[in-house]
Write a protein that binds this ligand. Structure first.
Ligand code: UTP
Length: 296
């Protein structure tokens, strides 16, 4: 087994087109769409910080620098809020910003998730790293990344996060063929990208968290573009499997896929129902199916 190296860096690919939520994403990156009062990507960054991954590498498209801006210091706004006695409104964001070190890479063309990860090589270098797809907002304790890091510490090899999905949606995911090792851990024998139900080796779908070793970079280079001109991360992982063990961990928690309209709506309802300010009003809303009164 190779020398153990801890994971310190986390890549947030955020250069996709977000076509499934158009027209909202025509100008606004989907990463900044709010769930109640917090942008989707902030949930992911908070999960990373809670898992002690504070060196964050954002991969963004040329027009999306406002994703980076969200995590900068907001001095003018803070000053105005202070004058109005409302400085605490930014406490949560300020706490996150103070704990992270953020770097940004531009992916000039949306050539796929694998390509976005490949772009991070210059900043990640020759060390293991995490990847978080912020579409997947996960409610769990311990945080999903923390659950995965505990496995990584044992196996010193790539760890993918998986979740059981209904048969009618296996064709939307990368599906693993895994040998169960107990405690929700699997040794990955094979991966199939978006299989038909009849060809799916299991119902264990890869979701938006990956712990990777730096040999994924040459694997992605060798994989190259598919027929759609994209480099897929699953294809790179498949190539990696040829010469190293890859593991998967079944999520212990609740995932909301905010990357499509129904999932985004569900995420808002889920978090509103658990929010101290809105839980009651949500219950009333569900019971009466009437719009609750505004509570500004
Ligand atoms: P998606 O499959 O959700 O694609 O990407 P998308 O373009 O963002 O959205 P749709 O399908 O058009 O609605 C999965 C993740 O990979 C990133 C996305 O930002 C998202 O976090 N990604 C995808 C990139 O960073 N670059 C790409 O070229 C493609």
């Amino acid at each position: 087994m190779s020398t153990f190296r801890p994971i310190r860096k986390i890549v947030f690919p955020a250069a996709g087109l977000g076509t499934r939520i158009l027209p909202a994403t025509a100008v606004l990156p989907k990463e900044l769409m709010p769930i109640i009062d917090k942008p989707v990507i902030q949930y992911g960054v908070e999960e990373a910080v809670a898992s002690e991954l504070t060196q964050i590498i954002l991969v963004i498209s040329p027009g999306k620098t406002i994703v980076e801006d969200h995590f900068s210091e907001h001095l003018a706004l803070e000053k105005r809020l202070e004058q109005r006695g409302k400085a605490s409104l930014l406490d949560g964001l300020r706490a996150v910003v103070s704990q992270i070190h953020l770097s940004t890479i531009i992916q000039h063309e949306p050539l796929g998730l694998g390509h976005a990860v490949l772009m991070s090589h210059a900043l990640v270098g020759d060390e293991p790293f995490a990847v978080l797809l912020s579409d997947d907002v996960i409610d769990s304790a311990p945080p999903a990344l923390g659950q995965m890091l505990a496995v990584y510490d044992q196996v010193n090899s790539p760890v993918l996060l998986v979740e059981r999905v209904p048969g009618d949606v296996v064709d939307r995911y990368g599906i693993i063929d895994g040998e169960p090792l107990g405690h929700g851990i699997y040794r990955v024998k094979d991966l199939v990208e978006k299989p038909a139900l009849a060809d799916a080796p299991s119902d264990l779908a890869i979701i938006g968290r990956y712990l990777l070793t730096p040999d994924i970079y040459p694997a992605l280079q060798e994989t190259g573009q598919n027929s759609s001109g994209e480099i897929q991360l699953t294809d790179g992982l498949r190539r990696l499997l040829q010469h190293r063990q890859v593991y998967a961990l079944e999520l212990d928690g609740v995932r909301q896929d905010t990357g499509n309209k129904i999932g985004y709506l569900r995420a808002i309802l889920y978090f509103a129902a658990r929010h101290p300010d809105f839980a009651d009003i949500m219950q009333t809303f569900v019971q009466t199916s009437q719009s609750p009164e505004a509570t500004d």
